[in-house]
Design a binder for this molecule. Structure first.
Ligand code: ASP
Length: 308
């Protein structure tokens, strides 16, 4: 299984050993490890990169630890609105949703849109109607309730603050996965609840093809996490792909330029995971930490949180 590769993330931000308990750190590492291994097994059995990224993201959406699916943060109205996207590097087909509510696994809905719709991007009620048609699971409001997230929101709900800097901690708990399968095909998927206390109907970078999510066999597959408004304006994922396609940069060079230089100057905090056509990986971030993990063919998986 030469060059099969998968990487996942569970968000970036002010994640330091001081802000973590040993129990919480263990729980994060276990959840990341589990999603990584399940995604890897898909690739090991000869499955597609698309199936692998979908599998890994579903498992991260099911964990209340991450800001996606079950653990999605609260909007200004005290609700959960989720954004997600998936993209196939071989065909450049993509599916995306914005502002969906009560969908258990938004990434499954993006896959259904990619495969069964002539459209790429559905939002709100139309996306939910589409989900009903394709038997995508819904979950009641209580399923998305998490005490920790609720408290985070209560502290800022009467303000215009729409991130977690009220505690001096900025954490962006979006989840994502990128993979290269045994055929050399690439795929990327990202899923998020957005940012705590975000304006209702606010859409972040995660579902925007080219900003938070992108895959192209010619270059790379990318899933981002960070302050979405900056990632949208910097068109981060496509920018990296373009540097590779038009300027001949390696994945590493392109990531370095965009995440560690351009975004930093711009004020955009966060990071991303990326894999190129040869299965080479880059996991750059300009924040304190990023929940991340990767595994290559024939090797053990590696899970990290802080700067190496
Ligand atoms: N990028 C996401 C957004 O702005 C947040 C995150 O990465 O956690 O919606």
């Amino acid at each position: 299984m030469q060059n099969i590769t998968i990487a996942i993330h569970g968000g970036a931000g002010t994640i330091t050993p001081a802000s973590m308990t040993p129990e919480l750190e263990k729980a994060y590492k276990q959840a990341l490890s589990h999603a990584l291994d399940q995604g890897y097994q898909v690739l090991e059995k000869g499955g597609s990169a698309l199936d692998a990224v979908e599998m890994a993201v579903v498992l991260l959406e099911d964990s209340p630890l991450f800001n996606a699916g079950r653990g999605s943060v609260f909007t200004k109205e005290g609700k959960h609105e989720m954004d997600a996207a998936i993209m196939c590097g071989k065909t450049l087909e993509a599916g995306a949703v914005a502002g969906v509510r009560n969908i258990r696994n938004p990434v499954r809905l993006t896959r259904a849109i990619m495969e069964h719709s002539d459209h790429v991007f559905l939002s709100g009620y139309g996306a939910e109607e589409f989900a009903r048609k394709y038997n995508i699971d819904f979950a009641p409001e209580e399923y998305f309730y998490d005490k920790r997230r609720y408290q985070q929101w209560r502290e800022v709900r009467d303000t215009d603050i729409f991130m977690l800097d009220h505690t001096d901690e900025r954490k962006f708990g979006t989840v994502g996965a990128v993979a290269r399968d045994a055929n050399g095909d690439l795929a990327a998927a990202t899923s998020t609840g957005g940012m705590t206390n975000k304006n209702y109907n606010r859409i972040g970078d995660s579902p925007l093809i080219g900003s938070g999510t992108y895959a192209n066999n010619k270059t790379c597959a990318i899933s981002c996490t960070g302050h979405g408004e900056f990632f949208i304006r910097a068109v981060v994922a496509y920018d990296i792909s373009c540097l590779m396609e038009y300027k001949g940069y390696t994945l590493q060079e392109a990531c370095e330029e965009v995440v560690m230089d351009k975004l930093v100057k711009f004020g955009g905090e966060g990071g991303l995971i990326a894999v190129d056509g040869n299965g080479k990986l880059a996991l750059p971030f300009n924040s304190e930490g990023m929940y991340r993990a990767y595994r290559r063919g024939g090797q053990e998986g590696r899970v990290s949180i802080y700067k190496d």
